[in-house]
Design a protein around this ligand. Structure first.
Ligand SMILES: [Zn+2]
Length: 315
């Protein structure tokens, strides 16, 4: 059967026109492994005609081998066809993804950037957003999409479960807050949570003893007080309902955690900075917003209590 191996060369010959590059495509990203191997064999041998001739001669003498050779040929043809389809799909998929992205970018450039060039030239020199937004990293809840924040309007950080860790727990969220509050002097901090939050589900389903090897658990445990209070007041509810409760409870805990940052509490107490909570329910497409009513006598960080004002519901 070893003599039948040259059929691979026969296939490589037929596939050659699809690969106009002279050298092996091993260095080319995105090329198909099957195509690389077969094309490489063609370049190495350079004896396709001889090989085919020998194969056909053998087939004449040994009909059974001709059948096997034909099968092998068909198998390799199928492999090549599959590889070509795979390549085409990969290319189409990649081009499709970035093609759409390019189209959206050019549309933004044409309809927003160039039509409001003066605004973007100002933004190139400095930013003065009125909002610092803390939202979940979830792909379904982009604040710029659902609330229409335009370039320059919101300094934003997105993390798993839109958490604000307490002051003593360093993270990139603290760094973003520091810059937004102390340098940009934003007037509003807006913590936005959402329905069906995977981060909150992770928080609510984690064992009491945190597995230190999980980055997610080690992060969401920053909202352990929200989990504890949810389990205390919503113990009779099912898991999904507990998660809905915790999604809002964790937002409120984050609002209180903001007050553990001395420079935030100072500006809030002066009335130059407001703290807001928001909840986007994408199963119903509704949005709830509320504002922390700062009063030292009514804010109880330990118990998780504070007054709210300006509560609105958009539906
Ligand atoms: Zn989330």
């Amino acid at each position: 059967m070893a003599t039948l191996r040259p059929s691979a060369s026969q296939v490589s010959l037929s596939s050659a026109p699809l690969h106009p590059l002279k050298n092996s495509s091993l260095d080319l990203p995105g090329t198909c492994p099957g195509a690389i191997r077969i094309y490489g064999s063609r370049e190495k041998s350079g004896k396709f005609e001889d090989t085919q001739l020998r194969l056909f001669t053998t087939n004449k003498n040994y009909p059974s081998l001709r059948v096997d050779a034909s099968r092998e040929y068909m198998g390799l043809t199928q492999e090549i066809t599959d590889n070509r389809k795979l390549c085409a799909n990969e290319m189409e998929h990649g081009l499709d993804l970035f093609g759409k992205m390019k189209s959206r970018f050019l549309s933004f450039k044409r309809h927003k950037y160039l039509e409001d060039l003066e605004h973007f030239e100002k933004l190139a020199k400095a930013q003065a957003p009125k909002f610092m937004v803390i939202a979940c990293a979830d792909s379904r809840v982009c604040p710029s999409n659902i609330l229409g924040f335009q370039p320059g309007e919101a300094f934003m950080i997105r993390n798993v479960a839109n958490l604000v860790p307490p002051f003593e727990r360093p993270s990139e969220t603290n760094a973003a807050l520091e810059f937004a509050v102390n340098t940009l002097k934003v007037e509003n901090i807006f913590v936005i949570g959402h329905s069906c939050c995977g981060g909150i589900q992770a928080l609510m389903s984690m064992p009491d003893k945190v597995d230190s090897s999980s980055f997610i658990r080690n992060w969401v445990v920053a909202a352990k007080n929200a989990r504890l209070s949810t389990k205390a007041v919503a113990a009779n509810l099912n898991f999904d309902q507990q998660c809905r409760h915790c999604e809002k409870e964790s937002i409120n805990r984050s609002l209180l955690n903001l007050l553990t940052y001395p420079w935030i509490e100072k500006r809030v107490s002066k009335g130059v900075l407001s703290i807001h909570g928001g909840y986007y329910d994408f199963t119903k497409c509704t949005f709830e917003k509320w504002t922390l009513d700062y009063n030292k006598s009514t804010v109880d960080k330990e118990a998780g209590r504070f007054s709210i004002k300006d509560q609105t519901f958009w539906c």
